[in-house]
Design a binder for this molecule. Structure first.
Ligand code: NAP
Length: 567
């Protein structure tokens, strides 16, 4: 739901490149009718209690106050109260940071440390509604899990405004807090507004979740996995291993869903495949183990998608997703555990068993790792593969970007724009990135170290302190200090399902698919980055449509295909 339209909240620079201005009006007039209609469904009143100290953290205080005031003006069921940070009310609630927002503090334990910028504003709106309806929105399984909880949980989710994965993880935490207001307290901490708290917990990558001070996870978790880990304070991998040891098989006791086409992956290829499948007359569901958008979502700017001179990757994917949703159900946070191919294709997830006639694998590709000592050790503590997610944490600090392709140069430019002191390290004397990006890089004056590899990522305790560089031509080595290393050295295809099925892969590990996107197993198709090639968004979109049309031909035997009969 585009409640705030474009992310205007984070696009307006003020004191620094990322702080929002304190606008006269925050919620665009255009969005008011939609929001009013949305809040018409409210039942119980919800109270927004804001604490600020004008001497700290402007313009975020004004942003928080304006947002809450405007929300309260939309519905009589939303009230807003404003208190000073040194008030008795602040002491009573243990509030010591400006700005802080508490949601109906008498009824639940949900708070924001820092104004909810960008996508977090959407989470706020959803949470107001959930509180009002006293409905957490958790799945039945998650609710059952939470009923077993018998001791307190304090969740802190550290986020950044442009991180596409963060709102999902905050949503997980807040839904659990709505479900168990007696035991679960949830806090969304904007690391860019509260760097001191982020530093205290060594947050080097977001979303970073800390439960009861002792248990921590990185990244966005599927909701049920989040609920399991919240209740047990154990990582889900360990619990799954315990379940398997106890003989519980995937699919046991789960809902069976019949559908023509299952699409694995909600990047540009998968979403387009779903649209084309449904437009052909097939039913389709998209299963995405993480969030909609794939790699494009974390691409700061896309400048080569026809029709858009320049568009943030996240925005482009939101538009494609909105269009795809009109056709097919898209299930985020629902990864595929197993696929069985027989008379039908059975796709098992932790939520259901899908019995399908075709499977389109659009599982994309994941960041390639350097393999340098220190890379795993400091992942999440200075080593990052996502400048869009984590760049904010290093404003005013030093960062090294490794790589010479489009991603590395786009990342370096994005970081520089955020105010990071960035250096680019590349193993060859020249870049393979588009000329246009090379020219932009040269203009910014970002220092480049060419013909050089990263031999080791150095650090102490929970933070990166530097890199040891290796000069390829003379073998000499030197260390340079840095607070972060952004690795942007290309992608590896996500082929776990393909490998389990025994699909033919090429020598680089990509799925082999013919021009019609058929793979080596009938009724299984592959599209987008997982098939290699030039890995452009436009190609992924084209692949998605081709795969869906081939699935249609194979399932429906259309009359215009000679020699095929209607079955
Ligand atoms: P890429 O084009 O494959 O470039 C990877 C870079 O990392 C290369 O410069 C490569 O060096 C270097 N590299 C690879 N392995 C390395 C290692 N072990 N150690 C050090 N350096 C290493 O990858 P990408 O930049 O991530 O782009 C992937 C695809 O996405 C490309 O097709 C790209 O065009 C596309 N993309 C598009 C956009 C956009 O449309 N806006 C944005 C980003 C990416 P060598 O040059 O020496 O091989």
């Amino acid at each position: 739901m585009a409640l705030f339209g474009r992310d205007k909240t984070k696009d307006t620079p003020a004191k620094d490149a990322t702080a929002p201005a304190a606008p006269k009006r925050l919620i665009p007039e255009d969005n008011l009718p939609e929001l009013t209609k949305f809040f018409d469904g409210m039942q119980e009143p919800v109270e927004l209690v804001v604490f600020t100290d004008p001497r700290q953290n402007e313009p975020y205080n004004s942003f928080m106050e304006t947002l809450c005031r405007e929300l309260s003006e939309i519905s009589p069921k939303i009230t807003a109260r404003f208190h000073a940070l040194d008030s008795a009310e602040a002491r009573d609630h243990g509030v010591d940071f400006s700005p802080t927002l508490l949601l109906s503090p008498g009824r639940c334990q949900i708070r924001y440390l820092g104004a909810p910028l960008g996508e977090e504003a959407r989470t706020l709106i959803e949470t107001i509604m959930r509180l009002s309806l006293a409905k957490s929105g958790l799945t039945q399984i998650s609710r059952q899990l939470l009923q077993e909880l018998d001791e307190k949980r304090h969740i802190q989710v550290f986020v950044n405004p442009s991180c596409p994965y963060c709102p999902g993880q905050v949503g997980n935490a807040f839904r659990c807090a709505v479900e168990r207001p007696d035991l679960v307290a949830a806090v969304c901490v904007d690391s860019s507004q509260h760097p001191a708290l982020a530093d205290r917990y060594h947050v080097g990558s977001v979303p970073h979740t800390i439960i009861n001070e002792t248990f921590s996870t990185l990244g966005l978790l599927p909701e049920e996995r989040f609920a399991v880990e919240l209740v047990t304070l154990k990582h889900a991998e360990d619990l799954l291993a315990e379940q398997r040891a106890a003989g519980i098989a995937p699919g046991d006791g789960q809902e069976v869903v019949e559908v023509d086409v299952v699409v694995a992956g909600a990047g540009p290829a998968g979403l387009t495949a779903a649209m084309y499948a449904v437009r052909s007359g097939l039913s389709a569901v998209v299963l995405e183990k993480s969030v909609i958008g794939g790699q494009v979502t974390v691409t700061p700017v896309v400048e080569n998608y026809p029709g858009f001179a320049t568009v943030p990757g996240k925005r482009l994917m939101e538009m494609i997703a909105e269009q795809a949703r009109a056709y097919a159900d898209i299930h985020e946070g629902e990864g595929i555990d197993e696929v069985k191919v027989g008379r039908h294709i059975e796709v098992y997830t932790d939520k259901a068993v899908y019995v399908a006639k075709a499977l389109i694998l659009a599982t994309g590709a994941a960041w390639r790792k350097l393999g340098a000592p220190g890379e795993d050790r400091y992942f999440g503590f200075g080593v990052s593969y996502c400048s869009t997610c984590d760049g904010y944490l290093y404003r005013g600090k030093k960062a090294v970007v490794v790589g010479g392709g489009n991603t590395a140069l786009t990342d370096a430019l994005h970081l520089k724009n955020l105010g990071v002191d960035v250096t680019l390290v590349h193993r060859r004397p020249e870049f393979r990135a588009e000329k246009h990006l090379q020219e932009a890089l040269a203009k910014t004056g970002i220092p480049t170290i060419l013909g050089t590899t990263v031999a080791e990522i150095l650090g102490e305790e929970s933070r990166v302190t530097g890199v040891r560089l290796h000069d390829v031509s003379d073998g000499s080595e030197r260390e340079i200090p840095t607070d972060a290393v952004f690795v942007a050295i290309g992608l590896n295809p996500n082929t776990a399902i393909a490998q389990e099925l025994g699909l033919t892969l090429d020598e680089h590990g990509y799925i082999v698919a013919d021009r019609a996107k058929r793979t080596s197993i009938p009724h299984i198709y592959a599209a987008g980055d997982v098939t290699g090639g030039s890995q452009q968004i436009v190609n992924a979109v084209g692949d998605g449509s081709t795969a869906a049309l081939s699935a249609f031909e194979d399932i429906a035997h259309p009359y215009w295909k000679k020699g095929k009969t209607v079955s």
